[in-house]
Structures are given as structure tokens and as C-alpha cells.
Design a protein around this ligand. Structure first.
Ligand code: 5CA
Length: 433
């Protein structure tokens, strides 16, 4: 993509109403624009990152055996009246009427709708287990939407729902999803810490939340240091669930079950939450299955959520410096910024065009900064938007057949021939695909 043909409206100064660093950087890097409180338009750069995160979440869901569907954003109130949540959910639920006077709502979550889909089609234990997911926008009329996409009113969530014959099988599904969540967050380059959690308006008695470490996070976590060194190839959910982890208001220093030398204290951000709630919804909405004795029994359910749009902010909270964002390569909107310092110089242009072509042919996402603007603006914009590698082409170096390769994360620069730089980048980027 050529910067001059693209749409990245960067800003020099922090917007006055953005309190946290991810919100500031997302606005400054031209990733999102607020349209009303807690509701955002996703501009090209933001959308690219959102799609990459969504795709990693999707792959891990598919790998776990969950099956993708798509439910609507707008739901009829009827099912919510049946489940009892139409009253319970309170003001967070956005309610309205259609032209026929029917009560409708913008879904904040989908337990009712999925239970109704299930009960319409499935009635035998032979069709279990079943695990369905979708990635869809949700709406919660939060009292205080803030922190940009971290606590929006409209936000993108991956939510899935498991159906099993009994509690024992349901716990297998729960642990299967627990494992998929840890894998997902590791794949995104994050460090997940799982904690036992309250079930809140979703209900049930077994629940874990997943926080990811970020020095600017809202919660303070106390946890066993073992949780920081999980091997994604060999995840044992029950073992992980037995390690100590607690948020600060539940941590009691005098009664902590683990040794101080194994205890870590860090800041975190909640990005996922999983629940097992048994027959809470299936009983109310008549989602019954026949067991192998021919008896009809309510199906056992769990629900599992990942805040896909929140993850964009959470990743920035985890990876940034005073110049801007530092994307982990797997979610970076572009892997390389090719920065032409002198677009008016014939040799610089020729070399850049050649390099651009090479990466395009390699199918590597590259942003070619061909803009006619000051060198300072080019360098600071590319630092701000956080591309992992900057390939900088200037007139003086080129006379010696050299270009500069800068790694955004370490800020370390090297002078290499264009061929060496290409070979290094292609190898490096393809190894992480
Ligand atoms: N039905 C369950 C699981 S499917 C559920 O709704 N769980 S939840 O309420 O915990 O939400 C799941 C995830 O969505 C949260 O962990 C968080 O990452 C994200 N999320 C929740 N509320 C918001 C919000 N207002 N803005 C952005 N993300 C949110």
C-alpha cells in the first residue's frame, strides 16, 4: 500500500478526552474515530488490526472444534422475557420498538438466541457435544463508556456456547475452551493470566476470567510466577487452574497460599471470560435432549467471550513507548514501512519502487511511505503507527548501495545493502507466518 494513496489521518497531539495511552495512540495513529460516546468508526489502519486479531481468534476457535455461525445484532425481547433477563439486565440493555410496536433489543450477549437455535434443531444426545461461535458486534449501554475501545458501548466480541449432556461432559468442553483461550492470547503475543471469577449477569457457578499483562492495566494481579511460562504446545487446563491468581481486592497477604518468592504482582486487562452455568437457560427455554435411556433432560451449557475490539487497545497497552505503538508482528497492520526520505530523488524512487515490488511479490504487507513531506514527519508517523520494521532509503546511503533497517521494538538500526535487507526481512517475516 502506498501511503500517499491510503487514508491514515495521523494527529500530532493527544486528544483532550483520551485518558489512557491506547486510546490516545489509536486516535493519533488514525485507527478509530469516535462517532458518539463509546461508539467508534474503524478507519483503515484500525480495521486491519481488528481483522488480524479476529482471524487469530477464529483460527483457534476452529482448531478447538467450535463451529462458526452468525447471529444478528438485533434480537426480539420475547426470549429475554422468558429467560428472566429482560428485567434483570437493567439499563445496560438497549431496548426499542419496531414499527409494529414489538419490543426489540440490541444484543449485549447471545445466550437466549443460541439456546433457541439449539432447541429448534437438536433433541438427541447423539448430536452432542456441540459448540457454536460467532464474532459479532454487541451493545451495552455502559454507564461510563471510556478508555476508547477498551470500554465501549458498541464492541466486537467472539462468543461461543457449548452444549453437553451432563456436567462431566460440560466440564470437558469448558476446559477445552480454557485451553483455546490461553493459546489465542499467546498467539497474539500476550501473557494471559487466568483467574477464578464472579459470574455476574451471565449466571452459573464456574467461571474464569483472562487478563493479559500490561504495565498500564486497570487491575492489579497477584499470581504464581509459573503462569508466566506456559508452553502453548502442552497446556494442562486443570493444572493451570490450580495455580494461585487473584485480583487485588481478593488477595489477602496474610493468607496467601504460595511462597512470597513465587508470587508475582503485575497490572492486567481483562480480555476474556468463560462461564459454565449448567441448565440455567436450557430449563427456561426448553432446550431438552433425549439421553440414552430415552429421558428428556435439559442440556448443560457454557458460554465463552473474548473482547476482540478490546484486544486492539489491550495489545497497545502492552506494547508501546513514548513514540507510539509497537505492534507484535502477527497483528501488525503492515509488517514493514518502506520509507523514502527523498521521493523527489530519481535513485531513491527507483530503489524504493524496486523494493516495494519485491515485498508485494512475497505477499508481505508493506506500507510504502512515498509522501512528499518532511523527513521528521515521515519518521515520527511511522514510529507512531508502530510497524515492526522500517526500511529507510536515503540519498546519501544509497550512493554506497546501503539502506537503513530499523527494528521498531529495539530502535536498533543497521546499514545493509538492499539485497541483504530484503533477505533478512523475508526470512524473518515468513518464519512468523
Ligand atoms: N456471554 C458471556 C460470554 S460469551 C459474556 O458476555 N461475557 S463478558 O460479559 O465477560 O464479556 C466477554 C468479554 O467481552 C470481556 O471479557 C471483555 O473482553 C469484552 N467486553 C465486555 N464488555 C465490553 C465493553 N463494554 N467494551 C469492550 N469490550 C467489552
Amino acid at each position: 500500500m502506498k501511503f500517499s494513496n491510503y487514508f491514515i489521518p495521523t494527529l500530532k497531539n493527544n486528544p483532550a478526552d483520551a485518558e489512557i495511552v491506547s486510546h490516545q495512540l489509536m486516535i493519533r495513529a488514525g485507527m478509530i474515530k469516535q462517532s458518539s460516546a463509546g461508539i467508534y468508526s474503524w478507519l483503515p489502519l484500525g480495521l486491519r488490526v481488528l481483522k488480524k486479531i479476529e482471524e487469530i481468534v477464529r483460527q483457534e476457535q476452529n482448531n478447538s472444534g467450535a463451529i462458526e455461525i452468525l447471529m444478528p445484532t438485533i434480537q426480539s425481547a420475547d426470549l429475554w422475557v422468558k429467560s428472566g433477563r429482560y428485567e434483570d439486565y437493567g439499563k445496560e440493555l438497549l431496548r426499542f420498538k419496531d414499527r409494529g410496536g414489538r419490543e426489540m433489543l440490541y444484543g449485549p450477549t447471545n445466550e437466549e438466541l443460541i439456546t433457541e437455535i439449539f432447541q429448534s434443531y437438536v433433541n438427541s444426545y447423539k448430536d452432542l457435544p456441540l459448540n457454536l461461535y460467532h464474532i459479532q458486534w454487541k451493545f451495552r449501554d455502559e454507564l461510563r463508556p471510556r478508555f476508547g475501545v477498551m470500554r465501549g458501548r458498541e464492541f466486537l466480541m467472539k462468543d461461543n456456547y457449548s452444549f453437553d449432556l451432563n456436567e462431566e461432559d460440560a466440564k470437558i468442553s469448558y476446559n477445552n475452551m480454557f485451553t483455546a483461550y490461553i493459546k489465542t492470547f499467546l498467539k497474539l503475543g500476550l501473557t494471559p493470566i487466568s483467574l477464578r471469577a464472579d459470574t455476574g449477569p451471565i449466571g452459573g457457578n464456574l467461571s474464569h476470567e483472562f487478563q493479559v499483562l500490561a504495565s498500564t492495566g486497570e487491575s492489579t494481579l497477584y499470581y504464581d510466577k509459573e503462569l508466566e511460562s506456559i508452553n502453548p504446545e502442552n497446556i494442562e487446563p486443570e493444572k493451570l487452574q490450580s495455580y494461585y491468581a487473584a485480583v487485588d481486592d481478593l488477595h489477602d497477604k496474610d493468607n496467601c497460599p504460595i511462597d512470597e518468592k513465587n508470587l508475582k504482582i503485575s497490572k492486567g486487562i481483562e480480555v476474556g471470560h468463560i462461564f459454565y452455568f449448567g441448565t440455567k437457560y436450557s430449563e427456561k427455554l426448553n432446550a431438552n435432549v433425549q439421553n440414552n435411556n430415552g429421558e428428556k433432560i435439559p442440556v448443560h451449557m457454557g458460554s465463552y467471550g473474548i473482547g476482540v475490539s478490546r484486544l486492539v487497545g489491550a495489545i497497545i497497552e502492552a506494547f508501546h513507548d513514548d513514540k507510539g505503538i509497537i505492534w507484535p508482528i502477527q497483528v501488525a497492520p503492515f509488517k514493514i514501512s518502506l520509507i523514502n526520505l527523498m521521493p523527489d530523488d530519481k535513485n531513491c524512487k527507483l530503489e524504493c519502487d524496486k523494493l516495494y515490488e519485491i515485498f508485494i511479490n512475497e505477499n508481505i504487507d508493506i506500507l510504502y511511505d512515498d509522501r512528499v513531506c518532511s523527513i521528521g514527519k515521515k519518521l515520527s508517523d511511522n514510529d507512531l503507527i508502530g510497524t515492526p520494521y522500517h526500511l529507510i532509503v536515503g540519498k546519501r546511503d544509497l550512493i554506497n548501495n546501503l539502506v537503513e533497517l530499523k527494528e521498531r521494538k529495539t530502535n536498533i538500526s543497521k546499514k545493509l545493502t538492499p539485497e541483504e535487507a530484503c533477505n533478512f526481512l523475508i526470512k524473518q517475516i515468513n518464519s512468523k507466518k
